[in-house]
Structure formats: structure tokens, C-alpha cells
Ligand binder design. Structure first.
Ligand code: ADP
Ligand code: MG
Length: 340
């Protein structure tokens, strides 16, 4: 049989490269919200506003009061692989910021209509850059940055078709902000949809923030723990077995402030509940893991939702221990009739 002749190899245009890369990072409006809030936190913001239209599909605007972007660097912020957060491999190995890949803004800009307005402390006024036209104009705002993302996936109908109803997309966006809000009680957050306030969390203590986001019931039905082992510190709250749920919708884990999903950690927690939780019942918990950055690789997944630990066994043991102790303490407190 005849073999077809080889096809020509071409270098892809930059825009198409970004659109392909965007597929990995931008799945839905909530992915955009997450990336933009990450950036605001990296910029040292104390207050972050997230404003959405039509579940984020029509518009996502994230405003912060962080350090801003110098006007000369605004176009660079939109370029792929351009970042202010790392400069070398050794920086990558000890990265302490949420971002470092320099991809998010470029990726989002390639699948939406984006504009950034920003002002630094030394600027006389803000400047607004329109990503598509490249037009730069003076704008009005206080120090900080506003990123506007409109008509997500307007040019990639295949992607747009996968979006769910506005209500579902909104719920995912709100969940993305809740994850940030739980990890950063020191920062104020507000979420708006169609001009109406959906949720608002003022700066608070960690415990108060958990109560504000997850509810007073969650506090009443869980026990705090704090456990440290060498370069590892674990804090959080373990839900009581009797408050377990039918769905795994209150299980939150962060590593160095970054929300993650990790099988090893989930397994360690599950095993701590082994004797007290039966069937498909799901424990509620929040777990904050702080670990020396050198001991965890955050560059294993484009969205950084997965991480790899240098010493997985030690993590597993410590997490399991922290939860077992919290649950045991709650049982002995109960036996003595005191409330912890
Ligand atoms: P990364 O966060 O990985 O560096 P991004 O594409 O998300 O990549 O952002 C590119 C750069 O733009 C950042 O490194 C930062 O310098 C700047 N930037 C983005 N968002 C903000 C913001 N809200 N405030 C200040 N600077 C920002
Ligand atoms: Mg970023």
C-alpha cells in the first residue's frame, strides 16, 4: 500500500501557541478567577474584588490594591513566559509566590477580550492596556490593578460549548474565591454578580474566616489541630465523624497557601477516620500544610493543583497523626463532658 508523503512541519504562530496553552490553564471562568486572584495576592493586595457577569462568561473583573504594574511593563505582563516572580532555576526551586510560569495572562488574553488597568505608588495616574489592540490609555483608579476579561472563549466555540449554565459557572467561581479566602484570612474579599454582592469576607483571624466561609456549624462540628514535625507544620480542623456528609464537598487542603488536590493526603486523612467513619460517608476538614518550599515541587501541573512532595511518607504519617489526635482528643473531651 502507498504511504502518504510527509507533511510539512511548521512553527505555529504565537497566538495559536497561546491558545493551545490556554487549553491547559483556562477550563472555565473559575480558572480565570483563580489565576487573577493568585496574581492579586502575589501583588500584596489587602482587598480583592471579583465582579462577574453571566457566571463569568460575559465578564470577570478582578480589582486589587496591590503594588501595581509599572506602565512600561504592562505589555510584558501579557507576554507568554514573562514573569516578575522567578529569574532562575534556583528561584523556581524555592518559589514562594502563587504564580511563576508567566503564562496565565497570556493564555487568558488569547481566549478572551482582556484589558489591564494598573497604577503603582509612584505613578501620577493609572494606565489601561487593551490586549487585542495594544492601545494604551490613561485611566482612573487608585494604586493596584484591575484585570477585565470579557467574552471568554468567544473565538473558540468548541470550548464555549462545554460551559454549563451561568448559575453553575458562578458557583465554581465563588468556590474558587472561597478557597483563596480560607487560605488568606488577612485579606478582604468581595464577590459580585450582575452588580449584586454575592459574598464578602472582611479581614479576620483564621478561625473567624473559617466560620465566615464555612459557617458556624462547621466550627461546632470540627476540632482544631496543630501539629509540627521538622520542616512541616500542619494546622486545621478535623470534622467530627457524626457530622460526616454524603458528599465530599467540605474537604480543603492547602500547601503553602495553595489549594491542592492530593491523593496521598486524601488517603492519609481517610485512614485516620477508618475506625470511626463507615461506608461512603465523607468527613469535612480544612488542612493547611506549611513546608519548606524546597521539599515540595509545585511545577508538576499547569494549574498547580497537584504537587509532589520530596518525602511523601513523612507527609502521610504526619497528616494521619494530626487527624487521629484531633479525633481522639474530641472523644476524650466528650467522655469528660467538656466541649473543646
Ligand atoms: P505569573 O503570575 O506566573 O508571573 P501571569 O501571566 O499571571 O504570570 O502574570 C504576569 C506578570 O504580570 C506577573 O509576574 C506580574 O509581574 C504581573 N501581574 C499580573 N497580575 C498582576 C497584579 N494583579 N498586580 C501586579 N502585577 C501583576
Ligand atoms: Mg499568575
Amino acid at each position: 500500500p502507498e504511504v502518504a508523503p510527509p507533511r510539512t512541519i511548521r512553527e505555529l504562530p504565537d497566538e495559536l501557541i497561546s491558545q493551545i496553552a490556554a487549553g491547559e490553564v483556562v477550563e472555565r471562568p473559575a480558572s480565570v478567577v483563580r489565576e487573577l486572584v493568585d496574581n492579586a495576592l502575589d501583588a500584596g493586595a489587602r482587598h480583592i474584588q471579583v465582579k462577574l457577569m453571566a457566571g463569568g462568561v460575559r465578564a470577570i473583573v478582578v480589582e486589587d490594591d496591590g503594588c501595581g504594574i509599572p506602565v512600561a511593563q504592562l505589555p510584558l505582563a501579557l507576554k507568554r513566559h514573562a514573569t516578575s516572580k522567578i529569574a532562575s532555576l534556583s528561584d523556581l526551586e524555592s518559589v514562594a509566590t502563587m504564580g511563576f510560569r508567566g503564562e496565565a495572562l497570556a493564555a487568558i488574553a488569547s481566549v478572551s477580550e482582556m484589558a489591564i488597568a494598573s497604577r503603582t505608588a509612584s505613578d501620577a495616574h493609572a494606565n489601561r492596556l487593551d490586549a487585542r489592540s495594544g492601545e494604551l490609555q490613561p485611566a482612573a483608579r487608585a494604586r493596584g490593578t484591575s484585570v477585565e476579561v470579557r467574552e471568554l472563549f468567544f473565538a473558540t466555540p468548541a470550548r464555549r460549548k462545554f460551559l454549563k449554565t451561568d448559575a453553575t459557572e458562578l458557583a465554581h467561581c465563588v468556590e474558587a474565591v472561597r478557597r483563596h479566602a480560607l487560605a488568606r484570612p488577612d485579606v478582604g474579599f468581595a464577590i459580585w454578580h450582575e452588580g449584586k454582592l454575592v459574598d464578602q469576607w472582611r479581614p479576620a483571624t483564621p478561625e473567624q474566616r473559617i466560620a465566615d466561609v464555612l459557617g458556624e456549624d462547621f466550627i461546632a462540628d470540627s476540632r482544631a489541630f496543630s501539629h509540627s514535625a521538622g520542616p512541616l507544620a500542619l494546622t486545621g480542623r478535623a470534622g467530627l465523624p457524626e457530622a460526616a456528609r454524603s458528599r465530599a464537598d467540605q474537604q480543603y487542603v492547602w500547601v503553602n497557601g495553595r489549594y491542592v488536590r492530593d491523593k496521598l493526603i486524601a488517603h492519609a486523612i481517610r485512614s485516620a477516620y477508618e475506625d470511626v467513619l463507615h461506608g461512603q460517608r465523607q468527613p469535612s476538614y480544612v488542612l493547611f500544610i506549611e513546608i519548606a518550599p524546597e521539599l515540595v515541587d509545585v511545577n508538576v501541573h499547569p494549574t498547580k493543583i497537584e504537587v509532589r512532595f520530596r518525602d511523601g511518607r513523612a507527609i502521610h504519617q504526619s497528616v494521619r497523626r494530626a487527624f487521629i489526635d484531633a479525633l481522639a482528643a474530641s472523644r476524650s473531651a466528650e467522655a469528660e463532658g467538656v466541649d473543646s
